[in-house]
Design a protein around this ligand. Structure first.
Ligand code: B12
Ligand code: SF4
Length: 282
């Protein structure tokens, strides 16, 4: 890892506080800061790939260990600003269409407009706001598609803990949120990780229709309905068709049963509200 650049005239503690405030103003519900050390995850990631759990998502294997080394993705990176944005639209938590086979079920995150551009733009604005304060520095926003382990980074940054379904959970938003991050070269102070609050609950594991959660925090994507309906180009294997039911884009079962999701905050973004064309899909 390269040595952090020094910015002697900057009060880094004050700057970190300001970043949290600017993040809130830009519509993020939680901003956390972490270093780039994901070495603990490297062996687990490799094991996951060796088991073939990524299925036909060849891009997962292609970038190898870069997923666990943000400093290789963007040279000079010493910190990651991890950001959370809630996506649960009003009235969507009940998922009535799951019980009505004459209607199709679309996962909650896809009921609104595509999130990638919106979150990336907001992160870029956050980057620019920091630049206005400190002058030229290195930053790059990422959302979802980057070859980086977003969930472990967010966990380290204190945004939540990892549920047994492998998603990040927080007490106020459950798991109904997207993650995004700014990779930066400023040596800001880091936040402590959140504590695991799942305890002995295994509701997500036992509710998965296809048995995709093969161990605590380990998902075999090849069995996950989200993968089967979104990522897999070929024909969906017959063994999963009955269990898939009327789910046509993604799956939320492991989230719908989670106690933390029953009282989760709704999104503040109108872009994430259910689109008119999907009026019946709720
Ligand atoms: C590939 C991918 C998928 C794949 C694989 C899912 C998976 N769990 O890996 C598929 C297509 C199935 C998928 C589905 C979904 N996804 Co997705 N996905 C991703 C993506 C692009 C990469 C995730 C990744 O790196 N997986 C690789 C594995 C190795 O990572 P991991 O799960 O963290 O793995 C750890 C464990 O497996 C553990 N482990 C492995 N072996 C062992 C062994 C033992 C003994 C132990 C203890 C641990 C252990 O260590 C690994 C490393 O830390 C991320 C975005 C990103 N760039 O990070 C979004 C992301 C994780 N997905 C997201 C979402 C919203 C979903 C869905 C809810 C969408 C839907 N409704 O259909 C579902 C949820 C399904 C589920 N239960 O995971 C969000 C999650 C937000 C959150 N709150 O956490 C993300 C972060 C996108 C975003 N930017 O918001 N996804
Ligand atoms: S999204 Fe659905 S299929 Fe995938 S792990 Fe969760 S419950 Fe199982």
């Amino acid at each position: 890892m390269s040595e952090p650049r020094s910015f002697p005239s900057i009060n880094v503690n004050q700057l970190a506080e300001n970043i949290r405030q600017w993040g809130r103003e830009l519509g993020f519900q939680h901003i956390g800061i972490t270093d780039v050390d994901l070495s603990q995850h490297e062996a687990l990631l490799q094991k996951w790939l060796d088991n073939g759990y990524h299925g036909e998502m060849d891009w997962m294997a292609r970038h190898g260990m870069m997923r666990a080394r943000p400093q290789e993705l963007v040279e000079g990176t010493v910190r990651v600003i991890s950001a959370r944005m809630n996506y649960l639209p009003p009235d969507a938590g009940f998922a009535q269409t799951l019980a009505d086979p004459s209607l199709a079920y679309i996962s909650r995150y896809a009921l609104g407009r595509d999130y990638h551009k919106l979150i990336r733009n907001r992160l870029k604005k956050l980057g620019e706001r920091i630049e206005a304060e400190v002058g030229k520095y290195g930053y790059r926003p990422f959302v979802d598609s980057a070859p980086v382990l977003e969930r472990p980074l967010a966990e380290k940054a204190g945004l939540g803990w990892t549920g047994k379904h492998s998603l990040l959970l927080s007490e106020d938003a459950g798991s109904w949120f997207f993650l995004g991050e700014l990779l930066i070269d400023l040596p800001l102070p880091v936040d402590p990780p959140a504590q695991d609050k799942c305890g002995k609950c295994v509701a997500c594991m036992t509710s998965c229709p296809t048995g995709a959660i093969v161990g605590e925090t380990v998902v075999d994507a090849r069995r996950c309905i989200s993968y089967l309906t979104i990522e897999l180009d070929g024909i969906i294997p017959e063994e999963f068709r009955e269990a898939m039911g009327n789910r046509i884009y993604g799956c939320d079962d492991c989230q719908l049963v989670c106690p933390y999701n029953r009282t989760a905050e709704l999104t503040q973004e109108t872009d994430f509200h259910r689109r008119e064309s999907l009026a019946q899909q709720h």
